[in-house]
Design a binder for this molecule. Structure first.
Ligand code: ZN
Length: 471
């Protein structure tokens, strides 16, 4: 099912549907579509279609469904789990569905097409004096359709939620080509199953998102960023509680960085420096924002930190007093993945546990992986405010890349086992795709897996949509 061979008849039909501007079939131009961004997965496809309208998406899906040929939808191709890599299926790029259909400052909504680049959606909101808060490293190239179908996370989840919480309505092309226009902009609509939520985070396996109504928010007028040294991960959790209590809803970002992640950045990323005078083992990048006309975030932040000093869990802090200074602090956090890449091969994890249990997770996971690989460099950082840690291992000096990477399956298992045992998730924000399919089977209960299969069968009985991914 969904695995029928692609005939030249189908190829011709698809080319006719999208027109001369809407397809690619030569090897060099297919390259960026068949290779994932980390270079882990190289797929293949006979044809990339780039429909420009929802009607064209619908016609493409209908033609493929009739021929029982699978389709892999792809946005900006910035995913980390191989979810958009084709394995012989037709690749459907949403890149030409580019219109921002409407920004409504009264409803606080933006209606956008799937191929809009995230940064352009943010800019359109800003132009209307509003905020679209989804923010992540790939925002200059990832597309909103991909963000929604993978339920992207990022650095403002603590305050505004994951991508799935930022959506009021969706337009979706279903597995037989039917268009579902669910582009409602209602804040209240309590009428049965919340169908849009099934498509959000389903990684293109239940339908292809072609447009969405997004929630916008008041634009922050005041921002204060701080880089804080704390005595331990427990101290970081205490500081989080203190800042949240003191600022109401004001903590937008609360990111943890251990010493090793900071060292990697200082060593490998040009023009970076430790904002604090002395070396510390644990750091937090935190940001408070306020959209009030008058707000004194600085004294609020200082009071919260002061309390932390007095109680002995905050050691030192640098508060940014200019936007340029704030950018510098952010750069330390945002450069960690790049610094890891430069430093060598990595074995990476994207786990979450309840926030209060993050310190225990860090301790147990570190101990367990060092037992297996005593020389590995543990690089732990991430969205502590969401209980989501990127717990990574970097290649130790003196060990070849291959020898190190041979440990990956064992280390992955160890770390995920610990997270799941602690009421956590084996994939907090990067999704399942191809990479974590077996993990899904292992870690979800049989009841959940069977419910997911039931949904897949109901929405896509011929297994046309992104076959071989997620479930
Ligand atoms: Zn992340």
């Amino acid at each position: 099912m969904g695995a029928a061979t692609v005939t030249s008849g189908l190829i011709g039909r698809l080319k006719d549907i999208v027109g001369a501007q809407g397809w690619l079939a030569e090897a060099p131009e297919l390259e960026p579509y068949v290779l994932d961004q980390r270079g882990w997965y190289r797929g293949h496809t006979p044809l990339v279609v780039r429909p420009a309208t929802v009607a064209e998406v619908s016609a493409v899906v209908r033609a493929c469904a009739e021929a029982r040929v699978g389709i892999v939808p792809q946005g900006g191709n910035t995913g980390l789990v191989g979810g958009a890599v084709p394995e012989g299926q037709i690749l459907l790029s949403t890149a030409r569905l580019k219109r921002i259909r409407e920004v409504d400052p009264v409803d606080f909504t933006a209606t956008v097409e799937a191929g809009c680049v995230l940064a352009d959606v943010q800019a359109a909101a800003a132009e209307a004096g509003l905020l679209f808060p989804l923010s992540l490293a790939a925002e200059g190239s990832c597309e909103i359709g991909g963000n929604l179908s993978t339920n992207a996370g990022g650095t403002a989840v603590l305050r505004y939620g994951n991508a799935r919480e930022l959506v009021l309505g969706l337009e979706v092309v279903l597995a037989d080509g039917t268009i579902w226009n669910g582009l409602r902009r209602l804040r209240k609509d309590n009428t049965g199953y919340d169908l849009k939520q099934l498509f959000l985070g389903s990684e293109g396996t239940l339908g292809i998102i072609t447009a969405a109504v997004l929630k916008l928010f008041p634009r922050p007028r005041h921002v204060r960023t701080a880089f804080v040294a704390v005595t331990s991960p427990e101290a970081a959790v205490r500081l989080l509680g203190r800042c949240r209590a003191a600022s109401g809803d004001g903590v937008t970002t609360f990111e943890y960085m251990d010493r090793t992640s900071l060292e990697l950045v200082l060593e490998h990323i040009p023009d970076t420096r430790d904002p604090l005078g002395e070396r510390h083992a644990h750091h937090v990048l935190l940001e408070l924002t306020s959209s009030r006309e008058r707000d004194d975030l600085e004294s609020l932040l200082e009071a919260a930190l002061e309390g932390g000093y007095e109680a002995g869990y905050v050691v030192d802090a640098a508060i940014a007093t200019s936007e340029a200074r704030s950018r510098e602090l952010w750069r330390l956090r945002e450069s960690i993945p790049e610094a890891e890449r430069v430093a060598g091969a990595g074995i990476k994890h994207d786990i979450s546990v309840p926030i209060a249990r993050v310190p225990e997770f860090l301790e147990r996971a570190r101990e367990a992986v060092l037992r297996e690989l005593p020389d590995a460099l543990v690089v732990a950082f991430g969205h502590l405010g969401d209980g989501n840690i990127h717990f990574n291992l970097n290649q130790p000096p003196g060990m070849t890349r291959d020898a190190f990477m041979a440990h990956m399956p064992g280390i992955n298992r160890t770390v995920m086992d610990i997270a799941v045992e602690m009421e956590g998730s084996f994939s907090a924000e990067h999704g399942v795709g191809r990479l974590k399919r077996a993990d899904l089977e292992r870690y979800k209960s049989p009841v959940e897996v069977e419910l997911m299969r039931t949904l897949k069968r109901a929405f896509d009985p011929e297994d046309i949509l992104n076959p071989g991914k997620v479930i």
